[in-house]
Design a protein around this ligand. Structure first.
Ligand SMILES: [Zn+2]
Length: 106
């Protein structure tokens, strides 16, 4: 019965989004340090908001969700065009629904 850190966010907005992803999947989670971030001037530079699962048992599932979240953030939500058939696909699709070609890595 102990909390465990699963994600160190670049800013409080990212931390909240990541936490919401976990909560929406039924994993109890909370953000720490979000109120320390920014504007205080005299805080150490390594104080970033972090997301914690309430139960360490949820850590592995939470990490998998965070990985998906980070990959989505990196892809920037842009639609992509299939290199094989030319179909336009929304960012959340990892594979062309028309010809099953995998989404190219950026
Ligand atoms: Zn295709």
């Amino acid at each position: 019965m102990s909390a465990r850190e699963v994600y160190l966010a670049a800013d409080p907005v990212n931390a909240e989004i990541a936490k919401d992803v976990l909560v929406n999947h039924g994993i109890g989670a909370h953000v720490r340090n979000q109120y320390l971030w920014g504007g205080m001037g005299d805080l150490p530079a390594n104080v970033y908001p972090s997301v914690w699962v309430d139960e360490a048992d949820d850590y592995d599932a939470a990490r998998a969700l965070i990985r998906d979240f980070e990959r989505g953030a990196l892809n920037d939500g842009r639609p992509w065009q299939c290199s094989a058939c030319g179909e336009y696909l929304d960012a959340q699709f990892q594979q062309c629904w028309n010809c099953e070609t995998l989404k190219p890595a950026d």
